[in-house]
Design a binder for this molecule. Structure first.
Ligand code: 5GP
Ligand code: ZN
Length: 116
């Protein structure tokens, strides 16, 4: 747990969130400012800043695969059968605003490309 990290606090249940999935290693909750009818964030409970940190050890590579599986579970549970998008904004130019790794699951509307 990193002090003052909002997603660490959500994972520790210190601040509330609309949780849709949780297990020992990850938590998934609805985005506060949804950009699509379905907008869920998948967050590792352990604090790490980005994908580079995620793949930095063998254990975390396993976690990377697990997050992909959780994304599919979330999409199935949310019934976004027509398609969905998995996004990890990384760093300032990538549009990352919360420096705790998270994957956006977006769906329920036709997504645009390029994302801008
Ligand atoms: P990023 O811009 O880093 O890719 O995504 C951060 C996301 O976290 C944004 O979509 C933002 O709306 C969401 N967010 C920021 N603070 C909170 C919060 O306290 N609760 C929830 N549920 N979402 C948050
Ligand atoms: Zn954190």
């Amino acid at each position: 747990m990193t002090t003052d990290c909002i997603f660490c606090k959500i994972a520790a249940k210190e601040i509330p969130a609309n949780i849709v999935y949780e297990d020992d290693t990850v938590i998934a909750f609805r985005d506060l400012t949804p950009q699509a009818p379905v907008h869920v964030l998948i967050v590792p409970k352990k604090h790490m800043e980005n994908i580079a940190a995620l793949v930095a050890s063998d254990d975390d590579e396993k976690l990377a695969g697990h997050i992909m599986k959780v994304a599919v579970k979330v999409a199935e549970a949310e019934n976004i059968k027509n398609g969905w998008r998995l996004v990890a904004n990384t760093g300032e130019d990538g549009g990352q605003t919360v420096p705790h790794l998270h994957f956006h699951v977006l769906g329920g509307r036709k997504m645009l490309w390029p994302p801008g």
